[in-house]
Write a protein that binds this ligand. Structure first.
Ligand code: SF4
Length: 404
């Protein structure tokens, strides 16, 4: 590998690490045609994680970290004193193929600073994906970060070649975006999301391929005063209004020579984690934003316990529930029971009356679920009588000895 390419790679892979919005788990299974290369798997490619939980198995790079814009929270902003570099289309294509063949990666996540114009930048990114697919038969995963304000035609071209498209909303409140990224245009970001949503829905109806893994976005949390409740309200409206597959949350971390408008301390990673848990409750467990935030205080989630347990502890009158008769929706609200465990319980109870041992076989979360469940052999005390329930359920786990 040429030295210059190595240097560019070092700069542009490092610059991309602040973007959390990558995962390929939405990809449909696909194998390359004869003479082509690559594949996607339904389980996604997120097999490796950095210590703070970020997926690293995509080649995750920027096309360039030059940028016309000056967003305060971004290391690549125009006024930032960082080393700059830029890949050509062919260089990204070659790197992706070389890394894929060496089994280092299973796909490409390509983002970019805005150079020359949104259209020019979007065209370069689209050409990377098109060249990989058309000239090299690459069937691996490709996620392109769409540039807001790029022409609809270019976004539509990008969707023909990429598995996933995303455009970052960046901050949950339009007012904060205006303050911290005045050159960005919140309505333009949402218009791009709306356009991608329409094209994806149309293609699905017409059984054509257009960004088959859908679209996602990223929000930075902790760079402004926005509460978790407001963040989740924005997420809920993005899921319902634009059919997003995922909203990624990225805890704000200070950047060198940061603007005074930003906090000096990083946001706790646990906040990011609680938001992901809450997001899951929104999408798969039938919770509303109001219910989730009622489990915390002043619009913020409880950092010490997960949002489902926080809700259950504040709604003790709804428990315990009978495993053998309760509606699926109510079982989904039992702390410790995941949706797969609930489905297994619902299927199993058609044939038998479930006892506590059966629940232990169907769910790994029985310890947490126990006080909230009734079975023929288990009738817990009324939860309102247990003042110490929170402490009992949140007792820190102990590492077992490897050698008895
Ligand atoms: S447009 Fe993107 S790359 Fe440019 S400064 Fe803003 S966030 Fe950073």
């Amino acid at each position: 590998m040429e030295e210059t390419l190595v240097t560019k790679l070092r700069i542009l892979a490092d610059a991309a690490k602040y973007d959390a919005s990558c995962a390929s788990s939405g990809a449909t299974p696909r194998k390359a045609a004869p003479g082509g290369i690559g594949s996607t798997t339904p389980s996604g490619i997120c097999h490796s994680y950095t210590p703070d939980g970020r997926c690293v198995s995509l080649l995750k790079i920027l096309l360039t970290n030059y940028c016309l814009f000056d967003c305060s929270y971004c290391i690549n902003r125009r006024s930032s004193n960082v080393r700059r570099a830029r890949f050509g289309v062919d260089e990204v294509v070659q790197l992706t193929l070389d890394f894929y063949k060496r089994n280092y990666i299973e796909g490409l996540f390509l983002s970019s600073g805005v150079i020359r114009s949104p259209d020019y930048t979007m065209e370069q990114m689209m050409l990377v994906a098109k060249t990989l697919r058309q000239a090299h038969g690459f069937a691996g995963y490709i996620h392109l970060k769409a540039i807001p304000e790029a022409s609809p035609w270019l976004i539509e071209q990008a969707g023909l070649w990429a598995d996933r498209l995303s455009v970052n909303i960046e901050l949950a409140s339009d007012a904060s975006l205006k303050r911290l990224a005045p050159e960005k245009d919140a309505p333009a970001i949402k218009a791009t999301m709306g356009q991608m949503h329409e094209r994806i829905a149309e293609a699905r109806e017409e059984r054509r391929i257009f960004a088959p893994a859908g679209q996602s976005t990223q929000m930075i949390v902790g760079a402004d005063e926005t509460t978790d409740e407001a963040v989740l309200t924005t997420s809920a409206s993005l899921y319902s209004g634009y059919g997003l597959r995922r909203v990624y949350y990225s805890a704000f971390s200070p950047i060198p020579e940061a603007s005074r408008a930003l906090p000096v301390k990083p946001a706790p990673l646990r906040r990011e984690n609680r938001l992901y848990q809450a997001d899951w409750l929104l999408r798969y467990y039938g919770f509303t934003v109001e219910e989730i935030s009622a489990g915390g205080k002043d619009g913020m989630l409880d950092l010490d316990i997960d949002p489902k347990l926080a809700w259950a502890l504040k709604n003790r009158d709804r428990f315990p529930v009978d495993v053998n008769t309760a509606e699926r929706e109510l079982l989904l609200r039992v702390p410790g029971l995941g949706s797969r465990a609930v489905d297994k319980i619902v299927a199993a109870r058609r044939h038998t009356r479930l006892r506590l041992d059966d629940i232990a076989r169907l769910s790994a979360g029985l310890r947490r679920a126990r006080p909230f469940l009734i079975t023929p052999d288990h009738h817990p005390l009324r939860l309102t009588d247990r003042l110490d329930l929170r402490e009992r359920l949140t007792r820190p786990s102990q590492q077992l000895s490897l050698f008895p």
